[in-house]
Design a protein around this ligand. Sequence first.
Ligand code: AHR
Length: 556
Amino acid sequence: MSTSRSRRDFLATSAGAVGALAVPAWLRPGAVPSPTLVRSTPARLADARIDILTGEPVGTIAPEIYGHFVEHLGGVVYDGVWVGEDSAIPNVGGIRKALVDAMRPIRPGVIRWPGGCFADAYDWRDGVGSVGGRPKRTNFWADDRRLRDLGDVPARFDSNRFGTNEFMRFCRLVGGQPYLAANVRTLPARAFFDWVEYCNSPRGSTTLAELREAGGDAEPFAVRTWGVGNESWGCGGNFTPEEYAAEFRRFATWAVPDYGVGLRFIAAGPSGNDRAWTRRFFEKIAERNELGRLWGWALHHYCSSPNGEAVDYDDTAWYELLASADRMESLVTAHWGVMGEIDRQHRTKLVVDEWGAWHSMTTNVRPTDLFGQQSTIRDALVAGLTLDTFNRHADKVAMANIAQLVNCIQSLFLAAEDRFLVTPTYHVFRMYAAHQGATSLRTEVASPDLAWTDRDGEARALGMLDGSASVREGALLLTVTNRHPTEAVEVEIALRGAAATAARATTLTHADIRAHNTFEAPETVRPVTTSLDAPGATLMYRFPAASVTALELTLA
Ligand code: AHR
């Protein structure tokens, strides 16, 4: 695990060299001290330090950590992903081509579908078979006040045009593994077994395999990963942990046919810090010796700032959102600790299958795109901080899914008919893609604290920098987020036990902390790549304010 060393530790280990060092920029005569930097002691040449311990692997970063989420909600599926075969919008068998083209380079590890809350109201049988015969249904989200107020708009209903076969084609096109969420609240376990059979039974072997073939897919989909419900403490049934544990056992234990794919079941875990949900569920499952059936435990955490605005915010709201995102670190370690009290060998891993920055709906691209918010450079920092947290906990987190892919909460894409753009969050996924499947390395970050006062007048502080590092076949990737909204930071980066022969940096930043991409100006926030001098074992690098940076180092 990476640790974030305090500024004091960093200075203590640097103390011997102080006399030989230059005065840092912020102490030079005439420099205006930033009101938000807490600096108790002069630093040396660098304002901060990052140590990458190349001999201390944490674990392999599962490609599934770089996962996505597609729910039948607002403009996610219809128009976001699916435009229809007859559409004038360029498409591949009905799927938006621009989306497919943009997703391939980010190598989506896994894609979760069909919800979310929608999953516990969805009958998979509605979305298979002849297209003309598919029933039109009322969408789970139809009575959300913001949709209801718009009248009978299409987003309140579901044509079922996009069903299991279409989703699998989407996965194949973009190169992601499917992760299906089963309906526990409104369908019996039998329907779940049938869905597994529909997806995975061999060609021609069952009536459901024949139905799948009639839908255009003779070969099985080999779906390994299945969620057993969603948010079962809330929209997924409002169960107690004990009641949900009984449901989980009914759905996921004994004879769910495996068809040789190695099924992986994920149970609906807690919201945020609800450790009682984790403890009580695990105790109940352990009572019946069923821990072995539990591959993953799904945690949800959405971050937000009190003013709720996606684009119109000040420095305080900047810090508030980043602090809220930073809770991911303690959520991962807290739930992992509780799980380990019962699952002592830690057979079950964490799956953070909903995360992201959730703002109010004042900046939606279209009113019918429920939760279809804009996404700024601040959200890109949320993505960088969160992905770095998962990388650092590669031994604990087996999968994660940002919510949601397009036209929704923290989206990588915004689309409206023939208009399409990638958000700053997309660029972070692209810059971080090489972490997938690499070995996470213990990384120590020592940087000044940033202090601010929140809306309640409370003094708060956040570390200026955060990051993670990984290595694969001599290629080291260090990703770093500078949380300061206006100040760059000079950092000494030490490769402990290695040296680099080449380096390049890709940086995503903007002078305006509210910057975002629009259909009119889609490249307002985009990364810039530069080559650096061959660094050896130590590299000095200046991380711009409000930035996410990927440093790619070639090891000697
Ligand atoms: O992502 C939107 C919703 O947030 C999901 O449907 C639900 O699981 C969560 O509450």
